[in-house]
Ligand binder design. Structure first.
Ligand SMILES: Nc1nc2c(ncn2[C@@H]2O[C@H](COP(=O)(O)OP(=O)(O)OP(=O)(O)O)[C@@H](O)[C@H]2O)c(=O)[nH]1
Length: 393
């Protein structure tokens, strides 16, 4: 008959098998983190092997069951850490990993030299301290990179299972040192401490892998959002996102009565650049224009590529005179910019149609129409100039 601890370990073993298969499938399906998913799959398999060895205690020699089982448990956690560091493009620190495995194995073998009844608890203590160390290093190394990518609160959420793991393993390992505390027995001995530990380790495994999956999903969502909002060539907002920002400015005007400006900027005779120097030269010019606009706009301004050789800039909290000044400044900067293409310098001029919206009753579509009409006038009156539309009210 299997005891409670052995049953929990068997459940954990099956769970690890499922996780290994799940990550393997994910590695095939996910384009963005294959190597990490393979690491996590291997880690789950090694974890399952460690549990199988520990469950064989009594049937197999101690060195095989406990020494190898404990060492493999540490290797499994190192696999999780390696996959995570790979995912975050952090140094993998292979030497440190090798040192941890070597020390764990040496400690497990060394415990055999201790007289009974100290050998067993010493092994438990040694493996728990090693596992707590691996999880602590994992949390400390990954947190700054997680914070950069996902922000402080989410990074904390993502490392929380590792922090909980450090607390769990330290508590389990060090409880044996408390005078009068419960005696430490290696798994799967059926003691109350082992039942609690096995259940908590099961929960921790679920949390660790669940948080890894959540992290992969969060990156995927961020990438998809980025792709859906950005223009592929210049990295500026695409037309759909720029329009959403325009509507947000319009709502802001309705709520706080803050007028905003709209600039529509169109490169003059762009077709000629494409026709004489090639499409790639045209792309380089578009990139230069995008960089100039991004570098010269204020932090609050919203720069987008509306299509072809047309750009849009939203100017929050602006007045009519300031719209003209901003448009002229940007036109001059774009005129001064040069694109070097295969040793040749390409210059460009732009025409700008500008409009100020200071009336929440005017729809965003109508503001765009006024700016577009002003652009049309700028093109028709000689190009390389700014035309500011009359106010709607
Ligand atoms: N290189 C490149 N060309 C593009 C891209 N998108 C659109 N175009 C080209 O941009 C050109 C736009 O030409 P037109 O609309 O005639 O405008 P234009 O030559 O700038 O003339 P005006 O606007 O009247 O001064 C077309 O030849 C398009 O093929 C792009 O992503 N890259």
């Amino acid at each position: 008959m299997l005891g409670n601890v052995a049953l929990t370990m068997l459940t954990l073993l099956l769970l690890q098998g499922g996780l290994a298969a799940g990550w393997l499938i994910a590695a095939r399906a996910l384009d963005l983190s294959r190597r990490s998913a393979r690491h996590w799959s291997a880690s789950a398999l090694i974890g399952a092997a460690a549990l199988a060895l520990l469950l064989m205690r009594g049937w197999a020699p101690d060195w095989a069951a406990v020494v190898l089982g404990n060492t493999l448990s540490v290797v499994a956690l190192l696999g999780i850490r390696r996959g995570l560091l790979h995912f975050l493009r952090q140094p993998l620190r292979d030497k440190e990993c090798a040192a941890v495995v070597g020390l764990t194995l040496a400690a497990q073998l060394g415990c055999a030299l201790l007289p009974e009844p100290f050998a067993g608890p010493a092994r438990v203590m040694a493996v728990c301290v090693a596992m707590a160390w691996v999880l602590m290093r994992c949390a400390l190394q990954s947190y700054p990179a997680l914070k950069r990518e996902f922000g402080e609160r989410r990074a904390f959420l993502l490392v929380s299972p590792q922090v909980a793991g450090v607390a769990l393993f330290l508590l389990r390992g060090l409880i044996g040192l408390v005078p009068g505390g419960p005696a430490l027995h290696a798994l799967p001995a059926d003691t109350p401490l082992n039942i609690a530990s096995a259940l908590l380790i099961l929960l921790l495994t679920l949390l660790l892998h669940g948080h890894l999956a959540l992290m992969v999903l969060m990156r995927l969502v961020r990438r998809l959002r980025h792709l859906s909002q950005r223009d592929a060539l210049t990295g500026l907002y695409n037309r759909a996102e720029w329009n959403r920002q325009l509507e947000a400015q319009h709502r802001w005007l309705g709520r706080f009565n803050e007028p905003f400006g709209v600039l529509m900027i169109d490169i003059d005779h762009f077709k000629k650049i494409n026709d004489t120097m090639g499409h790639a030269a045209g792309d380089a010019v578009l990139l230069t224009a995008a960089q100039v606009l991004l570098a010269s706009a204020r932090d609050v301004d919203v720069v987008g590529r509306l299509g072809g050789e047309e750009f849009g800039v939203l100017l929050p909290r602006t007045e009519q005179m300031a719209v003209r000044r901003a448009a002229e400044r940007l036109r001059q900067l774009l005129c001064d910019a040069e694109t070097t293409w295969r040793g040749k310098q390409i210059k460009l001029t732009v025409s700008i149609g500008a409009a100020l919206c200071n009336d929440a009753d005017e729809s965003p579509a109508h503001v765009l129409e006024r700016a577009d009409h002003a652009l049309y006038q700028a093109k028709n009156t000689g190009r390389n100039r700014t035309v500011v539309a009359r106010l709607a009210s």
